[in-house]
Design a protein around this ligand. Structure first.
Ligand code: NCD
Length: 302
């Protein structure tokens, strides 16, 4: 089937203009998506999660429920993917059974670019290997817009620092693109071994010294499942150097983390209830942002 040329996708932050990003995040807060009853006649959203997920999967489910869209959740375990069926075949069959759009998480970096041409309708990237995680970066931005009361000047003046396992983080790569698009200053901090090639455009430090200069500090999970050899060997040094406790941030600083958290690794325990932590706010904002995003790709209005 031929794809309509104008189908909207969210595979990368590159799929948005600066004004689309700001409009999407601002409207998620200012004009939250209306609650609508499920319309069984409408095509369903296929949520295809081929890697583990809690927040992202549940957040998309809640977003579908909020705006009245049926959804079908497909995990690799228990499906024909385990029998060797290709993901493309699975997606095409789901489309034939009434899925009109897809939210996909895959372990294959860049694996969703090809899905644009399969005639599946809108495709939303819920994380591709060590590639991108655009909706996480957008919900983080929504959380920050809320923090600065939607003042774009204040947003652009924020000093944002990301530390942790940058090399394996799709969240960090989407943030890098987002910061460049919006003119936000991003400082990246990690051991040299965890420094990705795309980090060249940003201020970078291999020590935690820059953390105290940031308004917002974003911690990333140490992704042990993606590490081997030299990358894994620096974990202990990273923990000794970077692990952030509640005494390490000043009163005015804010902490974010996309989750899941390795307590005792990138963060010391007891951050969730700390007033400087935005971590649970990020989870809350995810539902609103993803509902708006689904409306945007499906071109429906609240
Ligand atoms: C992230 C992911 O899966 O990329 N988590 C998330 O979606 N909330 C980060 C991670 O796994 O560390």
């Amino acid at each position: 089937m031929l794809e309509n040329r104008f189908v909207r996708h969210c595979v990368s932050i590159d799929d948005f203009t600066e004004s689309e990003v700001l409009e999407l995040c601002r409207s998620a807060l200012k004009k939250p998506p209306a609650f609508r009853p499920i319309d069984p006649a409408k095509p369903a959203v296929g949520l295809v999660f081929l890697e583990p997920s809690t927040r992202t999967a549940v957040s998309f489910i809640r977003a579908c429920q909020r705006i009245g869209l049926n959804h079908v959740l497909v995990l690799s375990k228990g499906t024909s993917i385990e029998k060797g069926e290709t993901v493309e075949d699975t997606l095409r069959n789901l489309k034939a059974m009434g899925m009109g759009s897809f939210v996909i998480r895959t372990q294959v970096t860049g694996g969703l670019q090809g899905c644009r041409d399969l005639g599946l309708g809108p495709v939303v990237n819920a994380g591709d290997g060590v590639g991108e995680h655009p909706t996480q970066a957008l919900l983080d931005l929504t959380t920050l817009l809320d923090l600065v009361h939607w003042d774009e000047g204040r947003l652009r003046a924020l000093k944002i620092g990301i530390y942790g396992d940058l090399r394996h983080s799709r969240v960090a790569q989407s943030w890098s693109k987002l910061a460049r698009k919006l003119g936000i200053r991003l400082t990246l901090m990690s051991p040299e071994e965890w420094r990705p090639a795309w980090a060249v455009d940003h201020d970078w430090s291999d020590s935690r010294s820059a953390i105290k200069d940031q308004d917002v500090v974003m911690a990333l999970r140490v992704q042990r499942e993606r590490m081997d050899g030299p990358a894994a060997a620096v974990t202990e040094a990273f923990v000794n150097n970077f692990r952030l406790g509640r005494r390490d941030l000043a009163e005015h600083q804010r902490l974010m983390h996309p989750g899941p958290i390795n307590w005792g690794v990138e963060l010391e325990p007891d951050w969730l209830e700390d007033p400087r932590s935005l971590i649970l706010k990020q989870a809350e904002m995810g539902v609103l942002l993803r509902a708006k995003l689904l409306e945007w790709v499906l071109e429906t209005k609240s």
